[in-house]
Design a protein. Structure first.
Ligand SMILES: NC(=O)c1ccc[n+]([C@@H]2O[C@H](COP(=O)([O-])OP(=O)(O)OC[C@H]3O[C@@H](n4cnc5c(N)ncnc54)[C@H](O)[C@@H]3O)[C@@H](O)[C@H]2O)c1
Length: 348
């Protein structure tokens, strides 16, 4: 009999990619999503459409429900592993709704951990954390402009930040705090109660399934504006800020490897790494290449606790999971996003 994996937030970008990859690898999936993303971001950000297009498979049992519902206990008791992606995922949004952000991200995660501890304590548990747990700490380093991007003055940071970066005594936004809190609970449950649970701290995850809204997932949003000719606002750093981008499928592949070989209590920085790093200004050329349209832009105020430069040092995750490697490069990612958005705009 196949193993059954619970994917929370199964209609989301990462969740839907996990559901599909699990099924391709012979697993059955229970997907749980209450489409809160539509309430948080409005129709353009809704993931109901993702569920309708990407979760139609006889081995995916997709259920429209909240991770905080009591019935989750029975579901957790019945499965062979959990990938927990459901969240309020936006740091600017969390500033407007800190209490709901807490309730989804902290209480929702704690409820799941408790269900695992009480009913099924030897299953693996993947938590999708974030590099926002480090708050503003990356901004405490010095950077200089090199071409169209910032680079750190300290050359030892060239390959990115590792997991030793401190997380406290700085500003995070409520989202950074709620995810850091959930991240610490996951680590604590692994150590205190011997759960096979670990945290994966990402920066920019994207792909064709990413919904294009201003306050979450900048890549599809920029591509959408290039396609529609609307003006982009760059918030801070004049576009020299650097991000490292990973396709959601590469992440799903890593999670699958974790389920099959758990390393309890670990935290991993995961992203596109140095090779998939790009500044916002550099992305304009790539987007123009991919869409044939140039982006027009203006400048807005810098966002609170927004990173000036982030690259994930992949050394630890590569050493613990040597079979895993990022497979999508930046061009492939942006091409997939542009194709998906062209389809969506054509059918709108
Ligand atoms: N996308 C990124 O760049 C990024 C970066 C770092 C970390 N993360 C983390 O990865 C995870 C997945 O991100 P994503 O980009 O796939 O987000 P997403 O918004 O696409 O997916 C999250 C899904 O969770 C659902 N959801 C929210 N609250 C829920 C609840 N109470 N009950 C059930 N479902 C609920 C939403 O409707 C949505 O479909 C999140 O935990 C996020 O914080 C994402």
């Amino acid at each position: 009999m196949s193993e059954v994996i619970l994917v929370t937030g199964g209609a989301g970008l990462v969740g839907s990619e996990c559901c599909r990859l699990l099924v391709e690898n012979g697993y059955e999936v229970i997907s749980v999503d209450n489409y809160a993303r539509g309430d948080i971001f409005g129709a353009a950000g809704d993931t109901e459409r993702t569920a309708e297009t990407r979760l139609l498979d006889e081995n995916i049992d997709h259920r429209v429900m909240d991770i905080r519902d009591d019935e989750m206990e029975d579901i957790v008791a019945s499965v062979d592993g959990v990938i927990h992606t459901a969240a309020q995922p936006s740091h600017p949004k969390s500033i407007e709704m800190p209490v709901e952000d807490f309730d989804i991200n902290v209480r929702g995660t704690l409820d799941l951990l408790e269900a695992v501890r009480t009913h099924n304590d030897d299953i693996p548990f993947v938590f999708t954390s974030t590099n926002k747990v480090y708050g503003e700490v990356p901004n405490f380093f010095s950077y200089e402009k090199v071409g169209e991007r910032f680079e750190p003055v300290d050359e030892t940071l060239f390959e990115g930040f590792d997991e030793s970066l401190r997380i406290d005594q700085n500003m995070h936004t409520p989202f950074g705090v709620s995810k850091a809190s959930a991240d610490l609970y996951v680590q604590e449950y692994a150590r205190m109660y011997d759960l096979d649970a670990a945290c994966f701290r990402m920066g920019c995850i994207t792909g064709g399934a990413a919904r294009a809204v201003e306050l979450h997932n900048w890549e599809p949003y920029f591509v959408k504006l290039a396609l529609t000719g609307e003006e982009l606002t760059i918030y801070g750093y004049e576009g020299y800020q650097v991000r490292d981008v990973i396709h959601a499928r590469d992440l799903a592949d890593l999670f699958l490897r974790y389920l099959e070989n758990p390393r309890p209590g670990e935290v991993y920085n995961v992203g596109g790494g140095r090779e998939n790093s790009i500044s916002l200004r550099e992305s304009f050329d790539l987007i123009e290449d991919v869409t044939g349209n140039s982006l027009s832009y203006t400048y807005g105020d810098q966002r609170k606790a927004d990173h000036q430069w982030w690259i994930s040092d992949l050394s630890k995750v590569r050493s613990h999971y040597p079979g895993w490697e990022r497979s999508y490069d930046l061009r492939e990612i942006f091409e997939e996003i542009a194709d998906a958005l062209r389809n969506e705009l054509d059918t709108a």
